[in-house]
Design a protein around this ligand. Sequence first.
Ligand code: NAP
Length: 312
Amino acid sequence: MTVVIDCVAIGDELMKEIVAETETLKAKGITPGIATLLAGDDFGARMYRGQVEKFCEEAGFNYINENPPADVSEEEVVEIVKRLNADKAVSGILPLRPFPEHISDSAVINTIDVNKDIDCFHPFNMGKLALGEPTFPPATPSAVVEILDRYAREYEKMDPKDFYEGAEIVVVGHSNIVGKPVAFLMLNRNATTSVCHVFTSMKGNLEKHTKGADILIVAAGKADLIGPDQVKEGAIVVDVGINRVKVLDEKGEPVLNEKGKPKTKTVGDVSFDAVKDMTKAITPVPGGVGSVTNRMLMKNALRACKMQHGVE
Ligand code: NAP
């Protein structure tokens, strides 16, 4: 019987832990805080900013919104980061990308205080991650690990340590934000880790790798990339992808909304209905990894806050 992992419940549990820890810190006169930095008004980044603000409010964190216009200069953005580095009310800084084209990612990211880099963007923290001693494991990859750890304990009755050791893990996607760091986290847990990407697919080799996975982690941003032919019977599948696709009727025609526009829905990279029954466990989309990601960011902000105040 397949386990559809209840990531929403995991997110809720984590939020309770975060709220309790925040209350303990506040009783000592310390309030954690997150600052987001959005230059311009990219739609996706704006949505994410709103979510971070909402979660900060729920957890009792300070929240600072830095939102200069799209024509802000690179020097001005760097100055904002320096100001946030020095601001004691800010435990963690989250730059929201994409930046406008005239602003280089590295100019901004390399300015962030490494002790406030709560989504592990800075090369120093990425280096520590690669060395197996991350201070701030990035939010989405650590959400994947949190989900798998909890699955291992609850359903496999295993210590997560034993769960990963020697397991065949395949990651699809090698972005700096998800694929690479999740692969490092798996290697750090002694899993046999392979990473596939667009060139694996172009060579027609994707299935060869994914079919061998005990644990398949997919983060490509391509709806229906992974179907039954790409999954081993009894595998555990974690679908990180988030895609908006048109809703189709039985004839394959787009279903229209009341305004006459095609209805859309959110799906992952895995064809959930076709794959679900052949897996041992699977995460859904929506209601999957995304329900845990923001919580991991907040946990990093709490860690940063405690480090900055010398609290254990
Ligand atoms: P990205 O930067 O676009 O990277 C996508 C990766 O997938 C790239 O490494 C790309 O390879 C690879 N890829 C693309 N098409 C492929 C194919 N046909 N076969 C094999 N590999 C392929 O995206 P990202 O930021 O890593 O995000 C990935 C997905 O996760 C997106 O859907 C995003 O919305 C979602 N996401 C979810 C969360 C969450 O909390 N659930 C958080 C962040 C991101 P190349 O680089 O070689 O082209």
